[in-house]
Design a protein around this ligand. Structure first.
Ligand SMILES: [Ca+2]
Length: 316
């Protein structure tokens, strides 16, 4: 039987050859494509990296502490770098960022366009907190230059760190490295906490005769919209006596909401002690003592402006 050649059809041998040719052409094209990619990759390796964009979501369920840094750290970060680090903690957790290395370039007078906001036109790290009550996002501050910023703590369980490294004009600045942690104890090192995530601590002189209390996240910036209570219980014949070692609580006397003040308050009662003024400002107050064996200390911060808090040594 003779194979009748139909229009558009090839004899089997021709067809096989044609399939083989297509196959070989495909293989050769693939090899050429891979080669071209490799040549491009090699070319790009020799070129300086012109930009970097990144977004990292850090969830406390995956890691309770660790480090973040700018792209390529400790090598200089590329120009036009923009990175966002989003921290998501459990409900009872606060996010703490402690900067360890910071090099976003020397800031000279010529660099500063706006003296009120010196970081405005500079490479910078901006920290945002989310108020759980309003769901609004507030910027804590912009950090630029080479001075290591103070540690910051979130108001709720979410915090965003934004790195804006557009300039790096001398291509020498290394960027930053910071330690992060998700905390339930506000960074307090003493006292019995009522429950995780609640800023209420109790001190009994039967278990400790003296101790130190401080603002949450001390010596970094205290978190916004935060209230902490410290309850001191001495023996019947004891009084509780405090000496201030450090004091920087944002506000001005009489330290009320009208002055938009944060404050520290002492009380001989569980409720407000009307005889004792609220404390705020930058000057260390004089030593203060309780009338009896009980003393309550309350710290409260509002939604704006930050301080580095207080440290008080207690003697019962
Ligand atoms: Ca404040």
């Amino acid at each position: 039987m003779r194979l009748v050649e139909k229009p558009g059809m090839f004899p089997p041998s021709v067809l096989w050859l044609n399939k083989a040719s297509s196959c070989w052409i495909g293989v050769i094209s693939l090899v050429m494509l891979l080669h071209a990619h490799r040549v491009d990759a090699l070319r790009n390796q020799n070129k300086p990296n012109k930009s970097a964009e990144c977004e990292k979501i850090i969830n406390s369920r995956a890691e309770k502490s660790g480090e973040i840094d700018s792209p390529g750290f400790p090598r200089p970060y590329p120009q036009n770098t923009s990175c966002t680090y989003i921290f998501q903690g459990d409900k009872s957790e606060r996010v703490r960022i402690e900067f360890q290395q910071f090099d976003l370039g020397p800031v000279t007078k010529d660099d500063i366009v706006d003296e009120k906001y010196p970081c405005r036109t500079m490479d910078k790290v901006s920290v945002y907190v989310h108020d759980p009550g309003t769901e609004e996002q507030d910027k804590i501050d912009d950090f630029c230059g080479q001075e290591i910023p103070m540690a910051v703590m979130s108001t709720g369980n979410v915090m965003t760190v934004q790195f804006d490294g557009r300039r790096n004009p001398r291509k020498k600045n290394k960027g930053f490295r910071a330690k992060f942690s998700f905390l339930t104890d506000f960074g307090m090192s003493s006292g019995d906490q009522k429950a995780d995530g609640i800023c209420e601590f109790t001190f009994n002189s039967s278990s400790m005769s003296n101790g130190t209390i401080s603002s949450p996240n001390f010596p970094g910036y205290y978190p916004r919209n935060t209230r902490c209570d410290f309850f001191f219980f001495g023996q019947d014949n004891e009084i509780v006596d405090f000496q201030f070692k450090y004091f920087d609580v944002e506000g001005r006397p009489p330290c009320t909401d009208q002055e938009a003040s944060d404050f520290l308050e002492f009380s001989n009662f569980y409720s407000i002690d009307r005889g004792m003024p609220k404390l705020c400002g930058h000057q260390k107050p004089k030593p203060i003592a309780s009338d009896s064996s009980f003393f309550r200390v309350t710290f409260r911060s509002n939604h704006q402006f930050d301080g580095t808090g207080f440290q008080v040594v207690e003697n019962a």
